[in-house]
Write a protein that binds this ligand. Structure first.
Ligand SMILES: Cc1ncc(COP(=O)(O)O)c(C=O)c1O
Length: 363
């Protein structure tokens, strides 16, 4: 039996669903922002994980997609996506061979910050007569991977241009440390500083005669600032199509489109109800989830399988065991991958069921 055509409230719980109209609006909103700005859009799909949705992003104007992992890129390539940036290092013989293999199916690009790794990729690519596009990753302040910005990158870039199996395509960085800055002026200043170091390094490379076509950065939490910094050519913002409480906190203006349907499984005490969805059904680390359209019910505790709600007097009178509620998750990136399926819902009815194909793709 299929769930297609069912009312969303009839689904068994917990169930992850997306409001297709709202998601479409969010996609249009993001795409419009970048088109208007003259900066290309290469949305990150690390939280999206579904090739069919990635195709919607391309249809809306994205030039390609960004993935976190090689295995996610493999899923997207198998789903027909051609232009893919793996915004991470692909290290070790097994992965390098997979990367070169994938190059036969998609024009995949990869981040590098180590010359030994670049040599390995180049050798493997050369053996099959291909080149792999690479972006040099810089650490623009997040203190994750990447070379420190500045003149040292010019030398590294020159070495890459000497490698026969590598095509240096540009520079990338992810200024994730700025997203949570609350003060708007401070956030702007810190974003400009971080992205400025990336753009400046691209300029140094170009002055040394090295072509840097791509300068890539930006996410849902900061693109309104980063996309306006001259010299940036691509923005990686992706998760905003689902909206969520963390993105809202970080200043994104896309709307909530992703929900978890859950069932009240216990109301044994006045003022307290428990739902059948806990930490295994949603992430609570970045923001505590909230109940949609029900300010009188507030999550106060999350166990592995249970979420505990505190109810105000009025809500307490209304709630019954067996009721279904919709939850707005705290952070989509750490929620979608917990599910096998994502239900696409329009006007309350299940219109499409997507397998979360990128689930478990960690390698
Ligand atoms: C490399 C990279 N780019 C961009 C982003 C922002 O992605 P999103 O817009 O989905 O939050 C992230 C988030 O972790 C990232 O790791």
């Amino acid at each position: 039996m299929t769930d297609i055509g069912m009312h969303v409230l009839e689904l068994d719980t917990p169930a992850l669903w997306v409001d297709l109209d709202i998601m479409d609006k969010n996609i249009t909103c993001l795409a419009g922002y970048f088109n208007k700005d003259g900066v290309s859009w290469r949305p990150h799909t690390k939280g999206i994980k579904i090739p069919a949705i990635a195709h919607k992003l391309l249809d809306a104007g994205a030039i390609g997609i960004t993935c976190a992992k090689l295995s996610e890129a493999e899923v997207m390539a198998a789903g027909g996506i051609k232009d893919i940036l793996i915004a991470n290092q692909v290290v070790g013989e097994t992965k390098v061979n997979r990367l070169v293999n994938l190059r036969h199916h998609a024009d995949v690009m990869v981040a590098v910050d180590d010359i030994g790794n670049a040599v390995d990729i180049s050798k493997a690519a050369e053996q099959v007569g291909l080149k792999v596009r690479t972006l040099i990753e810089l650490d623009s302040g997040m203190q994750r991977c990447g070379l420190q910005p500045g003149p040292n990158v010019v030398e590294f870039a020159r070495k890459l241009t000497d490698l026969p199996g590598i095509q240096l395509a540009g520079l990338m960085a992810w200024e994730g440390h700025v997203c949570k800055i609350e003060d708007a002026a401070e956030k702007k200043a810190q974003t400009e500083k971080a992205v400025g170091s990336l753009v400046h390094t691209a300029k140094l490379c170009r002055e040394a005669g090295i072509a840097i076509p791509i300068v890539s950065c930006g996410g849902t939490g900061d693109f309104r600032i980063s996309a306006n910094i001259p010299g940036v050519t691509e923005i990686q913002a992706g998760g905003g199509i689902f909206g969520d409480l963390t993105y809202q906190k970080w200043g994104a203006d896309t709307q909530f489109s992703l929900f978890i349907l859950a069932t009240i499984c216990s109301h044994a005490l006045p003022g307290r109800a428990v739902v059948d969805a806990g930490r295994k059904a949603m992430n609570v680390e970045y923001s505590m989830p909230i109940v949609r359209d029900c300010p009188g019910a507030k999550f106060v505790r999350m166990a592995a399988e249970h979420g505990t709600l505190q109810l105000d007097d009025e809500t307490d009178q209304l709630v019954k065991v067996g009721d279904k509620i919709n939850i707005i998750p705290g952070y989509e990136d750490l929620t979608v991958f917990l599910y096998d399926k994502l239900y696409g819902v329009r006007n309350g009815k299940v219109e499409v069921i997507w397998e979360v194909q990128g689930r478990g793709k960690l390698t």
